[in-house]
Design a protein around this ligand. Sequence first.
Ligand SMILES: Cc1cc2nc3c(=O)[nH]c(=O)nc-3n(C[C@H](O)[C@H](O)[C@H](O)COP(=O)(O)OP(=O)(O)OC[C@H]3O[C@@H](n4cnc5c(N)ncnc54)[C@H](O)[C@@H]3O)c2cc1C
Length: 399
Amino acid sequence: MRIVINGAGIAGATLAYWLRRSGHEVLLVEEAPHLRTGGYIVDFWGIGYDVAERMGLIARIRELGYQVKEVRFVDDQGRKRGGFATEAIVAQNAGRFTSVLRSDLAATVYEALDADVETIFADSITAVDEHDGHVTIGFAHASPRDVDLVVGADGLHSRIRALAFGSDSTFAAPLGFHVAAFEVRGYRPRDELVYVVHGKPGRQISRFAMRDDTTLFLFVFRDEYLGSHAVVTEQDRKAAIAETFSDVDWECPRILSAMEAVDDVYFDGVTQIRMDRWTKGRIALIGDAAACVSLLAGEGSGLAMAEAYVLAGELRQCGDNYSPAFALRTAPDALSRTQAACRGEVRVVVRTRDAGRPRVSQSRHRPDAISNVRRSLSRPQFARRYRDAQLLGRAGLKR
Ligand SMILES: Cc1cc2nc3c(=O)[nH]c(=O)nc-3n(C[C@H](O)[C@H](O)[C@H](O)COP(=O)(O)OP(=O)(O)OC[C@H]3O[C@@H](n4cnc5c(N)ncnc54)[C@H](O)[C@@H]3O)c2cc1C
């Protein structure tokens, strides 16, 4: 089949890889002029790690990644006030855990395509017209083409979702936070393999020392700090971050001053995408476009890879008849059963030392607010549920 994928990120490149191996003719479309670089770092483990292993990519991902040793909470003076060593998390995952730049992960998957998949950069699908057993797609720049299937792997603000399923407001569930990130060269101090976090109520800033003398900064803050400012340009983004963190101590003044020279600030709302169906006719969604769980949940990149893998496997099972494969891509079956199984409250317990005295603070979250199905389940349980829904088991793709 001729299959076009909008978005050459983690989900899109993974899907292209597996579809190509089944002999499909694949076209990737990416709006950026080249693969995106920088951004932020993701913890990578679980089901996505399994898929990457089947693609033979683990060695490269670990080479590009970081084996973080400690998460450290510091006070205004930079003194350690809490935190944890990551060894328990790594051990729980039998060492199958690393932290890697989102862009490095996407590039590693893309490189595995071996230039065997046509990619159009600096363009985007702007029209999808399904008729007479195929889909005519229009581009912002390229000439229209006829294809058999269209897959939106174009992230949280998916164009394909908007074109085929409806506006963002129908599916987007903002979680009340914004996130921003940027990289600075030559910043001091550096704490190698330590994720350093400083927080005030409603605002948090983290720094992580990376290779090539680069430091990554991540800001998360409640929406109310943003006020009613429209944040459109790079200058708006910097102004919003500077204003929000203007009264925060620690290294904040130095970090904000370093931000002035940065030319690529990531900035977005923390939002989930909640849909009942991920297919419509010959059009499907995967990754954040279909079911963004958000950074508060984690493992979105692993989910994106698993969704791509499962969809490719189902399409292979179904030959040229895509309908049964797409019919399986309704959210409810596997996920709602799992969500139902983990209703109740998730309790987050943070132990800190305040003036020498241990202090325990607890916060409670409804899991459907976090909507991270996998966090409540161990990996074998998740795999079993997928097998129950005849997904992972049927896919059974091999490298
Ligand atoms: C701050 C932060 C921290 C995170 N931490 C983690 C973590 O620790 N672990 C984890 O697993 N996940 C984490 N995530 C989530 C993870 O990054 C996403 O779930 C994952 O990147 C989703 O992959 P994707 O391919 O679906 O989308 P994306 O990675 O967003 O890729 C989409 C691609 O589509 C392209 N595109 C967008 N619009 C168009 C268009 N109109 N036309 C053509 N192309 C388009 C984009 O340029 C991009 O290349 C985090 C997210 C954030 C924001």
